[in-house]
Design a protein around this ligand. Structure first.
Ligand code: ADP
Ligand code: MG
Length: 685
């Protein structure tokens, strides 16, 4: 028996080269390696039939390589092709599949005619030939005879690749380690399931006897992982509640005056959220609340109400916007509604510093800006509340910085990204949540339509008609990487074309590379109607509010995420006019079409977010890097609310029993990550 905690190098069961390969992939001990669970299993007791048409899902085929060839394509690239003949256990049929690997010269050194191969991938049709591009593959060996092979005639683990190690070698090593490691060295501080010991579950997770067994084992490890995550969430929450904040919001005269001036009634959801916020602010501990509401649900007014309460209690408040454009826009909105109440509002961004005229000598009561304002120590003597609007960068570290400076403000985070419930629990699990699940009445309807291969003349005609009736339009283009320019035109290129297509109308251009004051100027001109059609990248995605803009053309729509398109189309239909969101696509990708159809049918942000999660997986939806989900091995389980709730309940119980993790559960203390990898916000678009 060997200790799973020992360094792989010390174990002397692996050659140095392999130990080095594992080290560069971040695996140091046997236990770490054993925790690298298979990404999937292949049931090699029976293979799929060779298909005679494209397959919507990946298939697993076994056959013989009968021919190979090397092809060159333009610009130095090339691909390697192997024709595989249907055959299992020496019996050959007539089916054939062509496997192709692009720009992977090493494959050609591995795969040769006469070999028996297992390939895994989706079959597509290319000019009448059935092809799998970049299949996963494994070359069988003569000695892979049925019987005791771990590679054949059983359910076989397939791992995420580790550079320098072939799949079968990895499988052999895993098997070896599982057999040789002392089970006692594979335990963790908290064994989730007292019935099946962890080491048994590990063995099953790698080498199961049935696919059901494998799934059950994966659930168990997902639960283990969620537990660690939730323990951190509950820990943070409890630590937060221990801090003392100040009691705000007892005086409501400003709020009352504000309500009087509003030309409309707040929605029930807005009122409810404001009540929840007031209750929080009146507590002698700092508020830590998330205000979640779809685009256009009226978050700004809720924020204003909260900020007025803070001002009424005699302290300062700040609103941080993710971009300069938005800070500007909020500043205008705030001035419009709050100047009449005599509130001193200031704008502070990297290149603008301005206060409305009122009582200029006094310090501002509300400061609106980008996150730069946080670092301006002179600005806040007495910060009572900070509101963060769609703030991607503001994280735990920034909040910690504020707290170090002796400020423990109430915090309200606003997001328009409708995150599925499970993800909210994971990412924002330590915040209280207010939900704006209702939209203000009287808003224009938005019609969303997918248009495949639309003719430019038709598109132009439509835009012209809309402009002629006095509306404005967004013409949105995806961000294009240098290496991709051939595929999709950029906003800058399109700008020139649109100017020619729309004679007599002012066309503007905005993208991320413009200087902040240039962006501001363009937005101002669009807001004021000087610019009729605005060619843009996704910089307009969040929060931009130009009520007269009612048309949005999204070019290469297949390149955008679902939730992102939903955000984008929230820019139109804001002024009571009927909105048109046209999703232009070449229609070549059936998956993309399926995705875009969701938007045609639904305008419910949550429904769309769920679909997005289902279609793309949470890593992509949230951006693994920023979401702290990168380390999660079981992200597909995020869709599983039951499992997450179970983990939450366990974490709650542990912390209730031992709040500081210094007593009976002190072995769990190492699971707490002070510098939490989970930031408050996770948008990465
Ligand atoms: P969000 O930030 O949630 O996307 P906003 O706060 O910008 O939404 O509000 C969207 C639009 O709806 C704004 O033009 C705002 O003036 C308007 N609005 C907000 N609340 C109401 C309401 N209760 N009744 C009518 N219009 C409202
Ligand atoms: Mg907003």
């Amino acid at each position: 028996m060997i200790s799973a905690r020992a360094d792989l190098a010390e174990l002397q069961v692996l050659p140095a080269k392999e130990v080095a390969a594992f080290a560069s992939a971040g695996f140091r001990t046997a236990a770490e390696l054993i925790d690298h669970l298979p990404k999937r299993h292949e049931d090699r007791r029976s293979f799929d039939r060779f298909p005679n048409q494209p397959t919507p899902v990946a298939v697993c085929l076994r056959g013989m390589v009968i021919d190979t060839s090397k092809r060159h394509s333009g610009r130095g690239g090339g691909f390697y092709e192997a024709i595989v003949l249907d055959g299992t256990g020496g019996v050959f049929g007539s089916g054939k599949i062509t496997c192709r690997w692009f720009n992977m010269p090493f494959v050609h050194k591995l795969v040769a005619a006469g070999q028996e191969l297992i390939v895994y991938g989706k079959v597509k049709d290319s000019n009448g030939r059935l092809i799998i591009d970049h299949p996963e593959f494994e070359i069988l060996r003569e000695d892979d005879e049925p019987g005791d092979s771990i590679h054949l005639e059983r359910i076989v683990p397939i791992y995420r690749n580790i550079a320098g190690l072939a799949q079968r070698r990895l499988r052999e090593i895993m098997h070896l380690l599982l057999v040789q490691c002392d089970p006692a060295t594979l335990v963790v501080p908290f064994d989730i399931d007292p019935v099946t010991p962890r080491h048994t579950a590990l063995r099953v997770a790698h080498f199961p006897d049935s696919l059901e067994q494998a799934a059950a084992a994966r659930r168990r490890f997902a639960l283990e992982e969620f537990f660690a995550l939730q323990l951190n969430v509950v820990w943070r929450r409890v630590r937060h509640l221990e801090q003392s904040g100040r009691v705000l919001g007892k005086r409501t005269s400003l709020l009352t005056a504000f309500y009087k001036n509003l030309p409309f009634d707040l929605t029930e959801a807005q009122k409810r959220s404001i009540r929840e916020i007031i209750a929080d602010m009146r507590q002698p501990r700092p508020m830590n609340r998330l205000l979640q509401g779809d685009v256009g649900s009226g978050k700004t007014f809720v924020a204003m109400a909260a900020m007025l309460l803070a001002v009424d209690s005699g302290c300062q408040t700040a609103l941080m916007a993710p971009t300069q454009i938005l800070a500007e826009q909020h500043y205008l909105t705030f001035r419009r509604w709050l100047e009449p109440l005599g509130v001193r509002v200031a704008l502070r961004t990297a290149n603008r510093d301005e206060t409305n005229g009122i009582g200029h000598a006094d310090p501002p009561q509300m400061v609106i800006g980008t996150h730069a304002l946080l670092y301006d120590e002179s600005l806040f003597g007495d910060l009572g509340l900070i509101v963060i609007d769609e703030q991607h960068k503001f994280g735990v570290a920034q909040r910690a910085a504020l707290i170090r400076r002796g400020l423990v403000p109430d915090v309200l985070v606003m997001t328009a990204t409708p995150i599925p419930r499970t993800l909210t629990m994971t990412i924002y699990g330590d915040l209280d949540v207010s939900l704006l699940d209702e939209k203000p009445p009287g808003r224009g309807k938005i019609i969303t339509a997918v248009r495949e291969g639309a003719k430019q003349t038709d598109v132009t005609k439509f835009v012209k008609e809309q402009l002629a009736s006095g509306r404005q339009a967004y013409l949105v283009y995806p961000l294009v990487e240098e290496s991709e320019n051939l595929k999709a035109e950029s906003a800058t290129e399109a700008f020139g074309k649109w100017r020619k297509r729309l004679p007599g109308h002012e066309v503007g251009l905005i993208h991320g590379k413009l200087k902040p004051d240039e962006k501001e100027e363009v937005m101002r001109r669009f807001r004021e109607g000087e610019i009729a059609a605005l060619v843009s990248t996704t910089v307009i995605e969040v929060g931009v509010d130009v009520p007269n803009a009612s048309v949005m053309l999204l070019h290469h729509a297949e390149r955008f995420g679902l939730a992102q398109i939903h955000q984008l189309r929230g820019r139109i239909g804001r002024g009571g006019h009927k909105g048109y969101c046209i999703l232009l696509t070449d229609g070549k990708n059936p998956e993309a079409m399926e995705k875009l159809k969701v938007l045609e049918q639904s305008s419910d942000g949550f429904e769309i977010a769920e679909a997005d999660l289902r279609l793309r997986g949470p890593g992509d939806v949230l951006g693994t890097q920023q979401s702290g989900l990168a380390d999660l091995r079981f992200t597909d389980f995020l869709a599983d609310t039951t499992l997450l709730r179970e983990a939450r309940a366990m974490a709650d119980q542990v912390i209730a029993e031992d709040p500081a993790l210094e007593g009976s559960h002190r072995s769990l203390r190492p699971l707490i990550q002070e510098a939490t990898p989970i930031p408050w916000s996770y948008l990465t678009h």
